[in-house]
Design a protein around this ligand. Sequence first.
Ligand SMILES: [Cu+2]
Length: 168
Amino acid sequence: MGVIPSSNNMPSAKFSFPKNGDTSLVEGTPFTISMAIQNFQSGAFVNAQENYFAAPQQVNRQGNIIGHSHVVVETLSAIDQTTPTDPRKFAFFKGLNAAAVNGVLTADVTAGLPAGFYKLSSINTAANHQPVLVPIAQHGSLDDAVYVSMIFFILPSLCGQLKSSSSP
Ligand SMILES: [Cu+2]
């Protein structure tokens, strides 16, 4: 398992963009996911092809787990989907190998995503990509998940048409 932090050093995270329930995102438009994280030394990242799970979790002098995070975006059939997702399939995945800036990690979704419904989740891990481990079984979530809608892009010209056709 490796070195386990104290219960005062358990990491936690919260997406700051997009927020849960966000409906401001437009299909095919680049955006940047941002996530605040605390009690975690981010930016430590080993080659996943060569060293996946190959070393135990470590903590720094402050007692925080040394590792990195990932964000994964999964497509949903509806915003209130009740069936489990398939972990083999995702719309976007990024390992966040840079350290947090002012406690915030970011991931650029450079091509945006198609219109639809999505679940965004964090995967906070030790350096060798294993999920973070904490000293007590009963604890709050060490990750975050938010649910967002990606709306269709409406052409400005079509907007004008809709406007003119709706006003007598
Ligand atoms: Cu990783």
